[in-house]
Design a protein around this ligand. Structure first.
Ligand code: ZN
Length: 322
């Protein structure tokens, strides 16, 4: 069952989370098949983005959507994962051209060195004029070396934007998308529960926490295979059996899409009457498939006429079919 498990190391300035998406991830892939399945390389990238998105959404106190977007200059033009505060998530990618077999992040999204990863927090109840918060990081490291893993890109982001030492392990296949996050807590911060008094000032400096270094090294021994096949209980026991671990009740991430007939109607309205009528004349109907969930929205001539008729004179619209 898909789950997100939070844990902390009692008395140490370190916390962690483990996400395991199985049926929720499989549902996303199944729905995507109706509009065309992703290449395995793209699927892996999206699974890792989805797992990372769930981890990052759980890691903040924020009432709104968290979006991870990779804008690429290779075959993957855009890869996006969106996670709501209740851990409902969706993800999709826009791919143009052939995907090289075995391609990783750099070949998929960054062959020209212009790829970017944007992390957006979009508040649910926006104040007038309020913009979503967005942070952007490149897909290369400090020495301009291209990064091969989404996890490395996001570790950079956390360090740069939040001054938080983070270790992230991500993995995904056709069955599971999963991730482990380990983070050093600011010692004076609210998340710090207990902990020794000595050496606090040292520990508060990035990279200076001995406990974090030890736990991050343990986390780094987790293999892709283990992350994809062992359950959370087994992973935590295997990695941290010597550590004072406190594990919280799991949360249940799920796949959900926020598309609707109203939004597609709005899209047709902005497309304009002439374009929409042109599509009707050409094909007899307008079909719009949601690339996140595969739902097909169909509009016939009467529906389209209704969209462009002033309110009060509208004919009832037809329903979306799956
Ligand atoms: Zn949808």
């Amino acid at each position: 069952m898909s789950e997100l498990v939070k844990f902390l190391f009692e008395g140490l300035p370190v916390r962690g989370m483990l996400v395991y998406l199985d049926e929720a991830w499989q549902e996303l892939l199944r729905r995507r098949q109706t509009v065309g399945a992703h290449a395995p390389e793209v699927r892996t990238l999206l699974g890792e983005l989805a797992a990372a998105g769930v981890l990052m959404q759980s890691n903040i106190k924020f009432n709104g959507a968290l979006l991870l977007q990779i804008h690429g200059d290779g075959p993957v033009k855009l890869a996006v994962a969106e996670v709501q505060p209740d851990l409902a998530f969706r993800a999709t990618a826009t791919v143009v051209g052939a995907v090289p077999p075995g391609a990783q992040l750099a070949a998929l999204c960054n062959p020209g060195g212009k790829g970017r990863c944007a992390i957006t927090l979009d508040p649910r109840d926006k104040l007038p004029g309020q913009q979503p918060y967005q942070g952007v990081v490149p897909l290369h490291g400090d020495q301009r070396e291209p990064l091969q893993q989404v996890a490395q890109v996001l570790e950079h982001y956390m360090l740069q934007s939040e001054q938080l030492d983070t270790r992230l392990v991500l993995a995904s296949d056709e069955r599971v998308a999963a991730g482990l996050l380990i983070q050093r807590l600011p010692v004076e911060g609210e998340g710090n529960l207990g902990g020794g008094q000595g050496g606090r000032r040292n520990e508060d400096e990035i990279g200076q926490s001995e406990a974090f270094t030890r736990i991050a090294l343990l986390a780094a021994t987790l293999t892709r295979e283990e992350l994809l096949t062992l359950g959370s209980e087994q992973i935590l026991r295997r990695l941290f059996w010597e550590e004072p671990l406190r594990v919280f009740e799991p949360m249940r991430p799920r796949f959900a899409c926020s598309c609707s007939r109203e939004r597609v109607t709005g899209m047709l309205q902005s497309l304009g009457r002439e374009e929409s009528d042109g599509l009707i004349a050409e094909r007899g109907r307008v079909e719009v498939g949601c690339e996140f969930c595969g739902l097909q929205y169909r509009f016939d001539a009467v529906d389209v006429a209704g969209i462009f008729t002033p309110p009060g004179r509208q004919a009832p619209g037809s329903q979306a079919v799956n």
